[in-house]
Design a protein around this ligand. Structure first.
Ligand SMILES: Nc1nc2c(ncn2[C@@H]2O[C@H](COP(=O)(O)OP(=O)(O)OP(=O)(O)O)[C@@H](O)[C@H]2O)c(=O)[nH]1
Ligand SMILES: [Mg+2]
Length: 400
């Protein structure tokens, strides 16, 4: 963090806090910014107009800009009746999501409202978000575009609407229980009680931090308030297709946080390995190769395919403590041991336990699959503390 500026009258100052904090509690507004110099003055102006004096407020900008956004904020803050802090990060760890977590950690109030800096999220809704949370005794209040009274007016173009809708559907399908009661898990506008956040548990990669909070922190009670998503006030969108892919990876990472879910995905990826295996077998036997060496070679194609997908989709965060050759070698060894082990296991089940050939084969398949999964977890991708720290430090920035 290279730059940190605070305007006098800090909310964190006990004298100020003690004198002012009353119902419905104070609020820290966290705004991530990346080159929003044309928007931040108007944003602060609208927050000033919206937040009543009985609701003590501070604004924390977490800024990764390469333009003069921090300077514009500091200048505009002079006219604000509340404290404004700019945390400028030289190293934008975790991109937009990382910035929001940084802001949440810096917040000192009972309530934290997260909103964009481009005025697509109307500041006039801040008191309602906090008030609703207090009245409902909720831990999280989501500003939703998808409940009665809300709309996505400012989401430009059919393509963006379709992407947003598709991402919402996919996310809700993957987390039906944890996202119950949240119609708009893609919303970047929400209020959360500071006591409901476990900032240390959050692994901020890319954007969509609400999803991360809802799934990992699991606030007790969740409620929603409708809002109309506005047009960008000025400047350019930073959302990119690359960001969309990062989101999908993040979604998979969240979904496979438990070993059972990881084993299911491991199995699904394994099943897709039949495709290159069969194609390889077909191509090799076509060249006249005997089917035994062809089968062995084609099987390696399936192993390579599985290795690639597992590396990129399942164990992306757990690769760093071993180099590529080490991981590939161990993975191939386990995959081939699986094949070698299957035949004696089937024989054992048939002769020692009197099982039928079919059930013995099925049980051998399941046994070797579980062994391969456990072996892969433990011998190829066992996370080391050092490795995971390194990964989070080098998380890519959202926009260059
Ligand atoms: N600190 C930080 N803020 C970011 C980063 N990327 C985007 N932001 C901010 O996050 C907010 C949302 O980004 P937008 O570019 O508006 O993305 P969006 O709202 O999904 O896309 P649009 O609908 O096209 O505006 C804005 O306030 C951006 O300035 C980043 O890498 N770091
Ligand atoms: Mg925006």
């Amino acid at each position: 963090m290279s730059q940190e500026s605070t305007v006098p009258g800090e909310l964190g100052d006990p004298a100020v806090r003690g004198a002012e904090i009353a119902e419905p509690g104070a609020v820290t507004i966290v705004v991530p910014t990346f080159n929003e110099s044309a928007n931040v003055r108007e944003l602060l102006h609208r927050i000033t107009e919206s937040v009543p004096t009985r609701l003590p407020c501070e604004v924390v900008f977490v800024d990764d800009s390469t333009d003069d956004t921090p300077e514009v904020i500091s200048e505009a803050a002079q006219d604000c009746p509340f404290p404004v802090t700019v945390l400028h990060r030289e190293e934008p760890v975790g991109g937009l999501g990382g910035a929001v977590v940084e802001g949440i950690k810096a917040a000192t109030s009972d309530w934290i409202v997260v909103m964009d800096g481009d005025l697509q999220h109307p500041p006039s809704l801040v008191p309602e978000l906090v008030g609703t949370g207090e009245r409902a005794n909720a831990g999280l209040v989501v500003a939703s575009r998808y409940i009665k009274g809300g709309s996505r007016e400012g989401l430009a173009g059919g393509y963006r609407i379709a992407v947003s809708r598709g991402a919402t559907w996919l996310t809700k399908t993957l987390f039906p229980r944890k996202l119950r009661g949240i119609s708009d898990p893609m919303s970047g506008f929400f209020a959360i009680r500071r006591s409901a956040v476990t900032a240390e548990a959050l692994k901020p990669l890319g954007y969509k931090i609400l999803l991360e909070l809802a799934v990992r922190s699991r606030p007790r009670q969740v409620t929603e308030v409708p809002f109309v998503f506005q047009d960008r006030f000025a400047g350019e969108s930073k959302s990119t297709a690359q960001e969309g892919f990062r989101f999908l990876r993040h979604l998979l990472g969240l979904r496979t946080a438990s070993p059972v879910a990881r084993m299911v995905v491991f199995g699904l990826i394994g099943a897709t390995g039949f495709i290159p295996n069969l194609v390889g077998l077909w191509a090799l036997t076509k060249t006249g190769m005997h089917y035994v060496p062809a089968e062995i070679l084609a099987n390696q194609l399936g192993v390579a395919w599985n290795f690639y997908l597992i590396e990129h989709l399942l164990f992306r965060d757990r690769r760093r403590h071993r180099n590529w050759w080490d991981r590939a070698g161990r993975f191939a060894l386990l995959a081939n041991a699986d094949l070698v082990l299957r035949i004696p296991l089937i024989a054992l089940f048939i002769h020692k336990f009197g099982m039928g050939a079919l059930s013995a084969t099925a049980l051998a398949l399941i046994t070797t699959f579980v062994l391969r999964f456990v072996g892969t977890e433990a011998l190829v991708y066992l996370p080391s503390r050092k490795g995971s720290r390194k990964e989070s430090r080098t998380a890519p920035r959202r926009a260059e």
